[in-house]
Every structure is written in C-alpha cells, then in structure tokens.
Design a binder for this molecule. Structure first.
Ligand SMILES: [Zn+2]
Length: 176
C-alpha cells in the first residue's frame, strides 16, 4: 500500500460533508484515492435529496467505483470517509474489493452526535467487526484525532435541525 497523507484526504471528506449538509443531506462524504494518491472519486451523502436509503457516501462511491475499475485495481486503492462506515457501507466496500479504509471518527463517537432514537437508529457495530467476519484482509485505519474537531463541527446539531429530524421522521412515517 502506498504511503499517503491520510489527513489531506480526510480534510477533503470534511469539506464534502459540509457541501452535503448545505445541499440538505446528512453530513457525510467519502473519497477514493488511487495507488498513486490521485483522487479518483468523491461522493457526498444523498439520502435525503434522492430519497434513497442506500444513499450513504461510501456505498454510492463503491457503486460507482465498481462500474469504473476492476477489483484488482480497487484492492490497491484507499477509501477515505468522515466516519467509520456502517454495516451496509462496510459490505459495499468488501464486495467492491477496496483494500484500505481510513476514517476520521469512530461509529461510537458518531452515535453520541446522532443520538440513538428512531430518527437515527444506527447499528452498534464497528466496521472492524464486519471486516473480521470476511475473508479479505482489508486494512482499517482510524480514528484521527487531528480531524475530530472539524468533523464534529460539520455533524454537530444536524440531527436536531428541522433538516435532519423533520425530513427523516416524514420518511419514516410515510413508509410505516
Ligand atoms: Zn453507511
């Protein structure tokens, strides 16, 4: 695996997460870096504006990546993400065959910000546990205290705003 400056890519994720929030989505983003460090893909969360339950940044990035690149190449790539991937995204990364994942904050830290009510009923399941049950040695690196403050400031309060809460409650009630 190439030696990349993880902080630069994580900072880019934070920037994109801010765009996502400003566009009316959950404040998450992911970036795919190639073996030489080139940014190949960037995705913001699009759950709310697309009305898409699978619109997490990492899953959307993996969908695009698998259509563009062979698995052997993706194994040499690094996926950067604002927060430790959820079980769904970890699955997409696993099946897409990306060899290294770098995240800014842990899912435990994220849960402190989202709360654990019906609005954001996140899995209590670290990405490392999902990968540990697989058959590939995907490298997982994080958290990075250097980007915690910036990441938290983009996420903070989102689930208390009308944007975060009302829209998600509306979606829950419209299907339930
Ligand atoms: Zn996810």
């Amino acid at each position: 695996m190439p030696k990349l400056n993880h902080l630069l890519y994580l900072q880019r994720c934070v920037e994109l997460a801010e765009f996502a929030r400003n566009s009316g989505n959950c404040p998450f983003a992911a970036v795919l870096a190639g073996p030489d460090g080139t940014i190949l893909l960037e995705r913001e969360n699009s759950e709310i504006t697309d009305g898409k339950c699978t619109g997490h940044a990492e899953t959307m990035l993996m969908e695009a990546a698998s259509q563009m690149y062979p698995k052997e190449f993706l194994w040499e790539c690094t996926l950067y993400t604002t927060a430790e991937p959820c079980a769904m995204c970890a699955g997409a990364i696993y099946w897409g065959n990306v060899g290294r994942v770098v995240f800014g904050i842990t899912e435990k830290r994220l849960a402190q910000l989202t709360g654990q009510g019906p609005v954001q009923p996140a899995f209590d399941l670290p990405c490392s546990e999902v990968f540990a049950r697989g058959k590939k040695p995907i490298k997982l690196i994080g958290p990075f205290p250097e980007v915690e403050e910036a990441t938290v400031s983009v996420l903070n309060g989102f689930w208390k705003t009308s944007q975060g809460e009302y829209r998600q409650i509306r979606r829950i009630s419209s299907v339930g």
